[in-house]
Design a protein around this ligand. Structure first.
Ligand SMILES: Cc1cc2nc3c(=O)[nH]c(=O)nc-3n(C[C@H](O)[C@H](O)[C@H](O)COP(=O)(O)O)c2cc1C
Length: 425
């Protein structure tokens, strides 16, 4: 069984010191008795424990609604809590929703094995959806109502603003007053509003990110997760900057820049809006291997440079099964977000995710998430090291084979060679 010593926090290293001195409302003692209440309705006492505590926030399971349509209003977020999701991250909000104008269609799907029909399994999903187009006041009222009705459940607000310190401060202040438990900062929306220096425009520019994270972390009094874009050469760079400038956690990945396809009848790109399109964000099963690689990169960086700190990692991308989630946790993730999976399978998906994750844990005799978190991370190395390991292994196998293992192995034809093989020199 893996032990917690394999967790990404276990290795002390030469992390730079960037202490966050402000009091954080989210850092509170674990709420005893809260664990195992939700989404483990059928759990027996012998079932592995799925509860996690991340940056002081206790969740009944590691499954979090990722920011997007599944967290877009009170009704759907309430549904997520009722079905048992570990936490909900709401659709990203900004100060002025009037500037957010969406188009339709805004989604396009990639199907595997469609073979000319529309019935193949959905493996990829592109969206050109912007952040929430609902008035901030409305969203704030709904956050407040949710926190009043579900005080023990974890509600995380996703926020994004222009390159303007006062605007970020106002947004943080107003959202915090609703009682939300933490922030996730959308530094990663791949489409829309780069001219306003929003989303990925900040997440792809470490100097800008450092400045904006500085403003955010000087103001926020609850834990802050920085959501990373995969549309960058080295995702560890913005992840490192976010943690160095006071964020408590990193989330990865947001969607991957994509063009879903070209309609070979009309010759127009998809999704097609009045005959035209724009690159969008790719999600769902097809992005899972890419997300695993990005999460692995960030987890290694966090382990090597911040291993002694209580920072968290929330993994996102193409999760539809408990096994998908187990993979992220094995790389060091504390929580696992699901967005497109909920859009395809509904909120009840969390029950399947929990039972499949528990089945995996039972198979390996893991009793808690910490038992296996980060357990696979040490098995990544460089290609050069793989070559060396293989050469060593071959040499070892040859050495074992050298000479006869037993007298019954002597043959008449090879007798002289067999004798020679056992001579030392
Ligand atoms: C339709 C749609 C809308 C999204 N809107 C947001 C958003 O408002 N804010 C955000 O941070 N991420 C947004 N995302 C990104 C998801 O939260 C997630 O990072 C990404 O889709 C990969 O995860 P998945 O494969 O589970 O969907 C959106 C994704 C989709 C598909």
């Amino acid at each position: 069984m893996a032990s917690s010593s394999s967790s990404i926090r276990s290795i002390n290293s030469s992390a730079a010191e960037f202490p966050v001195t402000r009091p954080r409302r989210g850092f509170r003692a674990n709420r005893v008795g809260f664990n195992r209440v939700f989404a483990q309705a059928n759990a027996s006492s012998s079932d592995p424990d799925l509860s996690v505590t991340v940056n002081g926030l206790t969740m009944p399971n590691p499954f979090v609604i990722g920011s997007g349509p599944p967290g877009t209003n009170y009704t759907v977020m309430k549904r997520a809590f009722d079905e048992g999701w570990g936490a909900v991250i709401a659709k990203t909000v900004s100060l002025d929703a009037a500037k957010v104008v969406n188009v339709t269609p805004r989604y396009a799907k990639l199907r595997a094995g469609a073979n000319g029909s529309a019935k193949g399994q959905i493996i990829g999903w592109e969206n050109i959806e912007l952040i929430s187009d609902r008035p901030l006041e409305t969203m704030l009222k709904e956050f407040k109502q949710l926190k009043e009705e579900y005080p023990e459940r974890i509600l995380i607000a996703s926020i994004m603003e222009e390159y303007n310190k006062a605007a970020w401060e106002e947004l943080i202040d107003r959202v915090e007053q609703t009682g939300i438990d933490a922030f996730e900062i959308n530094f990663s929306c791949p489409h829309g509003m780069p001219e306003r220096k929003m989303g990925a425009a900040v997440g792809q520019d470490c100097a800008l990110l450092e400045e904006v994270c500085g403003w955010i972390n000087a103001k926020a009094t609850v834990p802050v997760w920085a959501k990373m874009t995969p549309n960058i050469t080295d995702i560890t760079q913005p992840a490192r900057v976010s943690l160095q400038t006071g964020c408590e956690g990193v989330s990865a990945i947001n969607t991957i820049m994509s063009v879903m396809g070209i309609n070979l009848d009309t010759l127009r790109p998809e999704p097609c809006v009045e005959g035209y399109s724009t690159p969008g964000g790719y999600s769902s099963k097809a992005v899972h291997p890419i997300a695993l690689a990005k999460v692995m990169n960030i987890a290694q960086m966090m382990k090597n440079e911040f291993g002694d700190k209580d920072y968290s990692l929330s993994a996102i991308g193409g999760v539809e099964t408990g096994g998908d989630a187990a993979e992220f946790i094995l790389l060091g993730a504390d929580t696992v977000q699901v967005c497109t999976g909920v859009m395809m399978h509904g909120y009840g998906l969390v029950k399947k995710l929990c039972s499949e994750l528990q089945e995996f844990m039972k198979k390996h005799d893991f009793s808690s998430i910490e038992d296996f978190r980060g357990a696979s991370l040490d098995y990544f190395t460089t290609h050069m090291d793989l070559v060396k390991r293989q050469q060593d292994a071959i040499r070892e196998r040859k050495a074992v084979k050298k000479g006869l293992q037993s007298d019954k192995d002597w043959t008449g034809d090879g007798f002289v060679k067999e004798t020679e093989s056992m001579v030392s020199n």
